[in-house]
Design a binder for this molecule. Structure first.
Ligand code: GLV
Ligand code: GLV
Length: 317
């Protein structure tokens, strides 16, 4: 019987589907898997259902001699050495599509939390600081009629724009290539990155992390932004040079930031904790019950197809 290893405690549906065909072992207590442990798994299991925290670099992948498919429990797959999997035709799948709405909703909740200072206001009430209605208490910033800059107009960027239709925003976008359909749907204007940063009141990032997008936003780019701009990131932490962003937030060079992802997760630079203009989430972009179940189902289905000799549905390359 073929063997499948699931590296994290994901919704049971995956195990249930896989158990109909294969022997399945789950890392139920999410114990840390070292490099050696991953190599060991790759020599023992026919398929690995991996998480974004499992780093498969060239050295590890070259030693995973038994594994036929790595089904990553995420849409992002920057935890794999992309060049190596391309060159060696290693089967890696992801979970696109099912999490686009949920991740867009997370980005939107960050946007409102920052613009209307929701988390700061909640802390204020809990700390017993509220002395009564006050006309100038915790004034925020409106979203409607403002200019929205979307960096990465893929599935998630698209859903973000779609959900904000009622806010009558001017939409700018930057993408690897122009997307005429996106332009038409949202009356959106294609911009170079610098131009988008200069003109947007809100900037939201929805690009995958690649060698091209790493540190796409550094001090130089932040300096172009309006001084009351809001930056939202639900993609990958390393798209932004975090030190530079912290400095800008400390000096109030922009209005605020909403972040679901960080450069060195789960280690958070403690300077963030002092910032009232920043909302921090623990990488919960796709974390709705419904979506996590769908992600588990897709990952399992990809494994079932490949181990039964078929083609995967969501091959990343
Ligand atoms: C989560 O970050 C994902 O890539 O699905
Ligand atoms: C992810 O699913 C994206 O293409 O935005």
């Amino acid at each position: 019987m073929k063997k499948v290893y699931i590296t994290m405690n994901i919704p049971e549906i995956a195990e249930k589907l896989l158990k109909e065909e294969f022997e399945v072992v789950v890392n139920t207590d999410n114990k840390f898997l070292s490099k050696e442990a991953l190599i060991q798994l790759g020599c023992e299991y026919d398929a690995i259902l991996s998480a974004l925290t499992n780093i498969f670099d060239e050295d590890i992948l070259s030693k995973c001699t038994k594994t036929k498919i790595f089904a990553n429990y995420a849409v992002g797959f920057n935890n794999f050495d992309i060049d190596y999997i391309k060159e060696n035709s290693i089967i890696v799948t992801n979970t696109p599509g099912v999490l686009s709405d949920t991740t867009a909703e997370t980005a939107i909740s960050l946007l409102f939390a920052v613009s209307r200072r929701v988390v700061e206001a909640d802390r204020f009430v809990r700390e017993g600081k509220w002395e009564g209605f006050s006309p100038k208490l915790l004034l925020g910033k409106d979203i409607y009629n403002k200019t929205l800059g979307i960096i990465g107009a893929g599935r998630i960027g698209h859903r973000f724009a779609e959900k904000l239709r009622g806010f009558h925003m001017k939409i700018l976008y930057h993408n690897r290539e122009r997307d005429l359909c996106f332009e038409k749907s949202f009356n959106a204007e294609y911009c170079e990155l610098d131009d988008l940063l200069k003109r947007s009141d809100i900037v939201t990032i929805h690009v995958p992390l690649t060698e091209k997008t790493r540190y796409m936003i550094t001090k130089k780019e932040i300096d172009l932004m309006k001084d009351d701009a809001i930056l939202i990131n639900t993609s990958r932490g390393s798209v932004i040079k975090e030190e530079d962003l912290i400095e800008a937030l400390e000096n109030k060079k922009i209005y605020g930031a909403g972040l679901d992802v960080f450069e060195d997760e789960p280690n958070i630079n403690s300077r963030f904790f002092e910032l009232n203009n920043t909302v921090l989430l623990p990488h919960i972009g796709s974390a709705s019950k419904e979506t996590r179940e769908m992600m588990a189902t897709i990952a399992a289905k990809n494994i079932i197809r490949v181990l039964k000799g078929g083609e995967p549905i969501n091959l990343v390359y």
